[in-house]
Write a protein that binds this ligand. Structure first.
Ligand code: CA
Length: 242
């Protein structure tokens, strides 16, 4: 057996890895939307007079909006935000995000999804996002890939990443066990969520953070971007299943 699979089996205690489904994150994986999200967060939070940096929002990627706002309020004021404050900031964040216009499809992601399908694997979307503009664009940009039954969004989850919950719901929607899936993620908290759900987690480092953050988050396999994943996915699938 190859080293990658045996490291995963040793870590999880499972006897085999037999992927039937691929659980795929959206922002930073299917869309190059993270720079827009980070900028929108930065503007919405700093417009409330709270000090923050653009870069820090790449670290919070995967969290729910409410949890990001609580984190920032605790740092600034030593308390959680009220429901009213959360609603106000999150609404502004969404407005700033939508003003940027449509985020571009991540190069390589379309071909990757076609490969997932042609290998007979079930693609499932697992995102913490409730950004309706992107969610409604999915069926246009990736026709025939996802259905409401194979999508997990912020409307389904309570905790958000790094909690394993979104990926556990993804497994349920796909009717598979953790050893029957592969996660594709770009952010440290997303990788942590996939790993906490005991799923083989591929990290694609499409953002500005250093590689070691994804490795330390527990990624089982690391690639620089979706073009590389698209180029190597069949090879990786063959490696993992033989
Ligand atoms: Ca992401």
């Amino acid at each position: 057996m190859n080293e990658i699979t045996s490291a995963y089996l040793q870590k999880t205690g499972f006897s085999h890895l037999d992927p039937k489904a691929v659980l795929i994150d959206m922002d930073g994986v299917l869309y190059n939307s993270m720079p827009y999200h980070a900028e929108a967060w930065y503007k919405a939070v700093s417009s409330q007079g709270i000090a923050c940096t653009l870069e820090e929002f790449f670290l919070y990627e995967g969290r729910t909006g409410a949890s990001t706002i609580d984190l920032i309020f605790n740092r600034a004021y030593g308390r959680d935000a009220t429901e009213e404050e959360k609603k106000q900031i999150y609404t502004r964040k969404c407005e700033f995000f939508e003003r940027k216009g449509a985020a571009a499809v991540m190069p390589g992601s379309f071909d990757f999804l076609q490969q997932v399908k042609s290998l007979g694997l079930l693609p499932v979307l697992v995102t913490g996002s409730g950004q309706r503009t992107l969610l409604s664009k999915l069926s246009h940009d990736f026709p025939g890939i996802f259905t409401p039954q194979t999508m997990v969004t912020s409307f389904d989850v309570k905790y958000g990443k790094p909690h394993p919950e979104p990926y556990l719901i993804g497994l349920q929607k796909a009717s598979v066990q953790p050893w029957q899936a592969i996660v594709v993620e770009n952010a440290p908290l997303g990788v942590q969520a996939g790993v906490a759900a005991h799923i083989f987690t591929v990290a694609v480092n499409t953002g500005p953070l250093p590689n070691h953050m994804l490795i330390e988050a527990g990624a089982d396999y690391l690639l620089p971007d979706m073009l590389s994943l698209s180029a190597h996915f069949e090879e990786l699938y063959t490696l993992l299943t033989h």
